[in-house]
Design a protein. Structure first.
Ligand SMILES: [Zn+2]
Length: 327
């Protein structure tokens, strides 16, 4: 396993809970682990054409952002200063000048995330470094899809989801030039774009008090989940979390609305269900389940309505060995 994945998961879960200070802490811990051990058997100073260590620097960028959104400017600054020192150091030990330029691009991200000055200078330095590296770059698209470059484009994509209703607001074409035959300019376009957009996206996130989760695997109109906040059925599986694609709130598992024969179950009709043991304190038994506002509720042992988390739908006269519904 890549170092820091648990902390990365927690960092995203904290974003979903709108606990930005805690998210900053978890992104920081993910960063430190990822920097120390980018991959199994791969150290941060080893020769690595993929540049896995960039994911550690990315986590510092996101940590600084989360602290900014939390209103903790001092910690954001310290995280960015730390990140700048690390990115500069890694830039000097990178295998290829294109990678060194990418670490300079990170310096711009870190400064922009924390609201420090020198953002424009950092991006312009990166652009110049890409252009100077141009002659040594065969395929700029190949470099652009390595983990290092994807790490350096990840945070601006995440940031841009907030004001874009969770959609992809920064595309590959936005960040890269039109002509791969001109490799230096192709990659320098990253700096140009970020110079124009990164800081203003940060300002929007800070003034909205909202940082969206990164976009993972998404599905539109998923029938099993629903957002308790905005009601959307569009789901984003991000870093081990199941979130609303629109507003990054944890998605709730939705109840089946039809039985195994496709008959719909109205919100007022009582059906018989068998709950799973972990979802309901009473062990396997038949319960009357009532659908209320999209939730399934039932009476517990002291006659109180409780919301059921999960159940397996079995027709009362059906075969108990054949489990249906949403498990
Ligand atoms: Zn939502």
């Amino acid at each position: 396993m890549t170092g820091g994945s648990e902390h990365h998961k927690e960092a995203i879960a904290a974003l979903a809970e709108r606990e930005y200070s805690r998210s900053g802490d978890e992104y920081t811990r993910a960063a430190w682990r990822r920097l120390a051990d980018p991959r199994d058997d791969l150290g941060p100073f080893d020769s690595d054409e993929k540049g896995w260590v960039g994911r550690g620097v990315q986590s510092l960028v996101t940590a600084a952002l989360a602290y900014r959104v939390a209103g903790d400017t001092a910690r954001a600054t310290r995280r960015a200063v730390q990140g700048v020192a690390i990115a500069r150091d890694l830039g000097t030990t990178a295998d290829h000048p294109a990678q060194s330029a990418c670490f300079t691009e990170f310096v711009g991200d870190l400064r922009a995330a924390a609201g420090l000055d020198g953002v424009t200078d950092a991006y312009q330095s990166a652009e110049q470094a890409y252009r100077e590296a141009g002659d040594s770059i065969d395929s700029p698209q190949t470099w652009g899809t390595t983990p290092l470059f994807e790490a350096a484009s990840g945070t601006i994509k995440q940031l841009a989801r907030g004001p874009a209703n969770g959609e992809i607001a920064v595309k590959w074409e936005d960040l890269h030039g039109a002509d791969p035959g001109s490799p230096g300019d192709f990659l320098a376009a990253r700096g140009v774009y970020k110079r124009q957009r990164f800081a203003s996206l940060v300002d929007t996130a800070v003034s909205d008090g909202y940082l969206a989760a990164p976009r993972g695997t998404t599905e539109y109109d998923n029938s099993n989940h629903r957002c308790p906040q905005c009601g959307s059925n569009d789901v984003n599986w991000a870093g081990g979390n199941v979130l609303c694609m629109r507003c990054s709130t944890p998605a709730e598992r939705r109840w089946v609305s039809a039985d195994r024969y496709g008959r719909s179950i109205s919100s007022t009709r009582i059906r018989t269900f068998w709950t799973t043991e972990h979802a309901f304190p009473a062990r396997s038994r038949y319960l009357s389940v009532h659908f209320l506002n999209g939730r399934a509720v039932s009476m517990d042992d002291i006659n109180t309505w409780v919301v059921l988390q999960e159940a397996i739908l079995i027709p009362t006269s059906g075969n108990l060995g054949s489990r249906t519904g949403q498990g």
